[in-house]
Design a protein around this ligand. Structure first.
Ligand SMILES: Nc1ncnc2c1ncn2[C@@H]1O[C@H](COP(=O)(O)OP(=O)(O)O)[C@@H](O)[C@H]1O
Ligand SMILES: [Mg+2]
Length: 248
């Protein structure tokens, strides 16, 4: 569905004249209606790759392309095809806005009448399993997990083909993390979309993701079917990550 081909992103390094290869010749394909997990420790280049895919950053080299089938569907790739949810929901939410206004903002920006958008907001909250009374609340009246559900509802308002979730559970308790993973799995099934799920926690992806790529220093160390990679990893790095994680 979406192909990333030999994509690199270089920054000027901390020392003068050096180059920081945040993402270095990464190739991967995200298929329709799958959860693709991107795993790696902090600083491995996950967020940079996510921002390249979303279009928030331009690659130094390489290509990011929708499948021909999708390109034929629409000449101009609407930005709404990819939606991003961040680790820190406060970064993407205006604290002075009510939840309903946060959720309907992308709809209104794309020309949806407000009254219709508000009806849609109720449906979107239902999709992320929050009740209607959240509509009138402010972000400060919601827990971390609830805020991530609201961020997801807003992302879903644009009916994306791909939802990029960058460490969205990292600041949450493990029990809340499990609920969010279950919700994402639900949404994958009901919405038919794909999810790029970025995490540093290898132990969370079994039974959840379809494919996984393990990233280190801007490069992909190993990639494949999740259960295969978890049960029979081929790269030394993945093996070390597995030993360090609580996954048995
Ligand atoms: N705008 C930038 N300028 C310079 N270096 C950057 C920039 N963005 C990210 N980096 C560096 O690129 C590397 C990868 O960062 P990042 O993609 O945030 O990793 P991750 O999300 O896996 O923690 C890090 O070493 C980071 O310091
Ligand atoms: Mg990151």
């Amino acid at each position: 569905m979406l192909r990333v081909e030999k994509v690199s992103k270089h920054f000027a390094g901390a020392e003068k004249g050096t180059l920081m290869k945040a993402v270095d010749e990464v190739s991967l394909t995200i298929q329709q209606n799958e959860i693709f997990a991107l795993i790696g420790e902090s600083g491995s280049g996950k967020s940079t790759l996510a921002e390249l895919i979303v279009g928030l950053q331009q690659p130094t080299s390489g290509l990011i392309q929708w499948s021909e089938e999708l390109r034929a569907l629409k000449k101009d790739m609407p930005a709404s095809w990819i939606q991003l949810v961040f680790q820190n929901p406060d970064r993407s939410m205006n604290p002075y806005w009510r939840v309903k206004d946060i959720i309907i903002e992308p709809l209104c920006l794309s020309g949806y009448p407000k009254r219709k958008a508000l009806v849609r907001a109720e449906e979107l909250l239902e999709k992320v399993k929050l009740s209607n009374d959240f509509l009138e609340r402010y972000p400060s009246e919601c827990s971390g997990g609830q805020k991530q559900r609201i961020a997801m509802a807003r992302a879903l308002s644009m009916s994306p083909l791909l939802l990029v979730a960058d460490e969205i559970t990292s600041a949450l308790d493990p029990s809340i993390e499990e609920e969010i993973l279950a919700l994402l799995l639900d949404l994958k099934r009901s919405e038919g979309m794909s999810i790029l799920y970025i995490t540093h926690r290898l132990e969370t992806i079994s039974g959840f993701a379809d494919h996984v790529a393990v990233m280190k220093n801007g490069t992909i160390q190993e990639m494949g079917d999740v259960e295969a990679v978890l049960t029979a990893p081929t790269s030394e790095y993945t093996k070390a990550l597995l030993r360090a994680s609580t996954f048995q």
